[in-house]
Design a protein around this ligand. Structure first.
Ligand code: AMP
Ligand code: MG
Length: 311
């Protein structure tokens, strides 16, 4: 939608069933548009845009008066991004307006990474699906950086990591609500407080040393089978051959962590058509993108973690 048009923006909330306090991000062709929709843009924001735009980086800045509160969920700040997909960029260029564009899933469901996923959720709710092709660049939502505090704060982890941000900005910190996600401290990005990315069956993450994790999931899958139930198992290329019960899907390879990010939402959605009684996932604390991957997976699981070391 035109992010400046309240009626158009309301249609997004309606189509997605999105809570109205969860703001939308405005998508622009380049950083020269920032000053049209934001006030007091710091030099550091331009520097970060210079390095990562177009790309998976959203910056939170004080909003200009022309941006309606409906778009920002009532906040006096606005999220700004310049996406890196040829089709999206063509839409923005052709429209000549800042485009409010969330992921095209029903609110609470796993984000869409293909046009077929969009049809599953949005058929009958939107007028058109423009298929930009199979290949998604990263597979996870953008990193969100808030510039409205004394030092920049990461509100949502993504492909662009804290380390990458520090190279350009120096001092950057993580939002407190992200560091202890099971605490009572709410994340500052309104959308991060909702259960999200959830498949239809209950999901639990099994954490610990690899052998213990496999044994625990095997045990639970075997017990379910004795009751005539089937569980789903989210494994990796390295471990998928180790399970003898349940429906096993590989999410990717631990050696290539970007493959895990790529397939996360697809695997969660795939289990919806499998009629499983529960889903167990290995944990993926991979070195570079582990924080972003586990942030999404934990939300999908409603923070249900089985720690094999503690038990
Ligand atoms: P999505 O467009 O579905 O990727 O979600 C956008 C995310 O950005 C949600 O988690 C929002 O809560 C967050 N967000 C958007 N605008 C702001 C803002 N002004 N301040 C804080 N978080 C924001
Ligand atoms: Mg979304």
């Amino acid at each position: 939608a035109n992010g400046l048009d309240e009626t158009a923006v309301l249609h997004i909330f309606e189509a997605k069933g999105r809570p109205q306090d969860n703001p939308l991000i405005l998508h622009i062709p380049d950083a020269s548009w920032l000053a049209r929709y934001c006030k007091d843009v710091p030099e550091t924001a331009y520097r970060l845009a210079g390095r990562f735009w177009p790309g998976p980086l959203t910056m939170i800045l004080p909003k200009a008066d022309c941006v309606p509160l409906v778009t920002t969920g009532g906040l006096d700040t606005v999220g700004m991004r310049c996406p890196d997909h040829a089709v999206t960029r063509a839409i923005i260029a052709a429209s000549g307006v800042p485009v409010a564009a969330p992921s095209a899933n029903t609110s609470g469901r796993p984000s869409c990474t293909t046009a077929a996923h969009v049809r599953e959720d949005m058929d009958g709710r939107i007028e058109m699906i423009l298929d930009g092709g199979e290949e998604v660049g990263i597979g996870l939502e953008s990193t969100i950086v808030d510039f409205t505090e004394d030092i920049p704060v990461v509100l949502r982890p993504g492909y662009i990591s804290l380390e990458m941000l520090r190279e350009t900005l120096g001092d950057v910190r993580m939002d407190k609500g992200l560091i202890k996600p099971d605490s009572k401290v709410h994340p500052k990005a309104p959308g991060m407080k909702y259960r999200h990315y959830a498949p239809k069956a209950d999901l639990a993450i099994v954490e610990g040393a690899t052998e213990g994790v496999i044994a625990e999931i095997e045990k639970r899958a075997g017990e379910a089978e004795e009751k005539g139930l089937t569980v789903g198992i989210i494994a990796t290329d390295e471990t998928k051959g180790r399970y003898s019960h349940g429906i096993v899907k590989s999410i990717g390879s631990r050696e290539q962590e970007e493959t895990i990010a790529h397939h996360l939402y697809e695997v969660l959605r795939d289990f919806d058509s499998c009629n499983v009684s529960a889903i167990y996932s290995e944990a993926f604390f991979t070195p570079r993108m582990g924080q972003a991957i586990m942030n999404r997976l934990l939300k999908a699981a409603g923070h249900k973690i089985i720690n094999v070391e503690e038990e």
